[in-house]
Design a protein around this ligand. Structure first.
Ligand code: G3H
Length: 535
């Protein structure tokens, strides 16, 4: 096993000369096109990064954000409802070209804030620099691609079908008011990749940023205000229980767009007096397995398991969260995996460290609890540095052998601990996957096409993406991203998101009475029934 130097507290401590000197005390929120001033309670925002103040370790204060109350949440909802106006509002009935123009303007304004948002991604959630830059760029690219796809969808709706003598023009129309709640691990990307497609389709929204990664939304508030008509996007800050629950209880939410976990989404849906009316667009938890067959290229498998399990400290819904390895190669795999893991560099995000502080309060302790319980049930931490801590850094721990009774075997750990299970017969793996509450993706490692083919056929109906000799991931963003069981509801991709936030609606008449439709179109009397071809 490769022995490396132990981490020291110094790895996680900020040099005072790099301190965050200008805390951002943000005091406004966006409702009905106005940035309203908030004079009530504020939530202090601390970084997971600590610094020494007079010899004592303290987390760095990044600023504060409003802790709005139920009343402001309901005002935001009222503004979104007014802008939608049962589908008759200016935004849902606006020509597509005008909505596109608003979105293009927003994306340009967003790009101007790149530097500050990237900096906050590093300070608030400790995303390493190159990944923070990637999150920003990927989001901008996604939004630009969304506009291209929306034009295609619109063009598809600009012609008339003749079905058995019935003429029909079919377009996708908005659903209504969207409540949008995002996660802390991709606070910009995953939120904007649902919020903005929803808006472009003609819906209106109330958006509440995540608890961690909240300040990085604030530099974009003016762009939201300036680029979209009043009430189309309303942005509120505060606790989910205080804001989201009453909004759902009102019964006036048509779509719940939530990237997070199924406990939160179920609780919110149950608050709605008519849950059947709420369209759900949900990206939820997962327990993606890596399956290493006896003929796998082990160096490749190790390399992919390191990035798959540990990138952003394992805080990705697509992370590899359990590794199954065949007994013939288990010893060699573990030795190589442990050595490669211990070579990762822990530290602060600014220098592109592989392992960085964990943003969630209590997360280090939660990771330790997974390890302790598994060890009590007979597991060992396989890598020398596994479980070392320094401030909010928890060095990745590989556990083997892991009892199926241990929590780390069943639950989504969303952090830097990974159980490894040895198998002899692939049936053991398939039985576990069938019993799991999750069904997002899987990774399979083999050099044998016949063996691979068999596993593919058994997995494709259990998960929604099988990665061959590669770790799990969401991208490229044009591919469908979804999951079975408790892992997702609806499908996301540049194109699929536009479909998830809309419904087909059509105008029809009999062939014999086409004069009316011709009159409407040629007289340009309707936005919907227009043959305008967006280029
Ligand atoms: O946290 C879930 C993300 O959608 C994962 O995306 O595979 O690109 O990291 P990623």
């Amino acid at each position: 096993m490769c022995m490396t130097h132990a981490m020291t507290a110094q790895d996680s401590l900020l040099d005072p000369k790099d301190a965050f000197t200008d805390p951002l005390h943000h005091k406004t929120y966006l409702i009905d096109g106005q940035l309203k001033a908030w004079n009530g309670a504020m939530a202090q925002v601390y970084s997971p990064i600590r610094t020494l103040v007079n010899g004592v370790e303290k987390p760095v204060l990044l600023g504060s954000a409003p802790e709005l109350k139920e009343q402001q949440g309901l005002e935001a909802l009222a503004a979104a409802r007014k802008a939608y106006d049962n589908g008759r509002g200016a935004w849902p009935t606006m020509p597509a070209a005008d909505r596109i123009a608003a979105m293009e303007k927003f994306v340009d304004r967003m790009v101007e804030q790149r530097e500050v948002v990237v900096k906050l991604l590093m300070w608030e959630i400790c995303k390493r620099k190159k990944d923070a830059v990637k999150e920003f760029t990927r989001t901008v690219d996604y939004l630009r691609e969304t506009i291209v796809e929306y034009k295609k969808l619109h063009r598809e709706g600009s012609h008339i079908h003749n079905v058995e003598g019935t003429l029909a023009q079919i377009r996708r129309g908005p659903l209504g008011v969207v409540l949008c709640l995002g996660p802390f691990n991709y606070p910009l990307n995953e939120t904007f990749c649902v919020l903005l497609p929803a808006i472009l389709m003609g819906n209106t929204a109330v958006f509440k940023p995540a608890k961690y990664g909240v300040l990085l939304i604030t530099p974009l508030l003016e762009a939201f205000r300036d680029c979209f008509p009043p009430g189309v996007i309303n942005i509120v800050f505060g606790r989910g229980r205080e804001l989201a629950a009453p909004i759902m209880k009102s019964g006036h939410v048509d779509v719940l767009a939530l990237i997070g976990n199924s406990k939160s989404s179920n609780a919110l849906i149950n608050h709605h007096p008519k849950p059947n009316r709420v369209r759900q667009v949900l990206g939820l938890e997962a327990k993606n397995p890596a399956i290493i067959l006896p003929d796998a290229d082990l160096d490749l498998a190790v390399n992919q398991c390191v990035s798959g399990a540990w990138s952003f400290n394992g805080q990705r819904c697509t992370a590899l969260k359990v590794i199954y390895v065949h007994k013939y190669v288990r010893a060699e795999f573990l030795e190589k995996f442990a050595a490669a893991t211990d070579r990762l560099r822990a530290g602060l995000p600014f220098a592109d460290s592989d392992i960085t502080p964990l943003p969630e309060v209590g997360k280090v302790e939660a990771m330790q609890a997974y390890v302790d319980e598994a060890v009590e049930m007979g597991a060992k931490v396989i890598n020398a540095k596994g479980g070392e801590t320094a401030g909010a850094i928890f060095f990745p721990a590989i556990l083997f052998p892991v009892s199926r009774a241990a929590a780390i075997f069943r639950e989504e750990q969303f952090g830097p601990v990974c159980p490894v299970i040895e198998f002899e017969d692939i049936e053991e793996v398939m039985a576990d996957i069938a019993e799991s509450d999750y069904g997002q993706q899987a990774s399979v490692f083999s050099q044998n096409p016949e063996a691979m083919g068999k596993v593919i056929d058994q997995l494709v109906n259990q998960v929604c993406r099988v990665n061959l000799n590669a770790s799990c991931q969401r991208g490229p963003d044009a591919l469908p991203f979804t999951g079975r069981k408790d892992s997702a509801v609806a499908t996301l991709s540049v194109r699929a998101a536009l479909r998830s936030f809309s419904i087909r609606t059509l105008v029809a008449c009999s062939e014999g009475r086409k004069d009316m439709l011709e009159g409407v179109v040629s007289g340009r009397h309707s936005t919907f029934s227009s043959m305008d071809y967006l280029l």
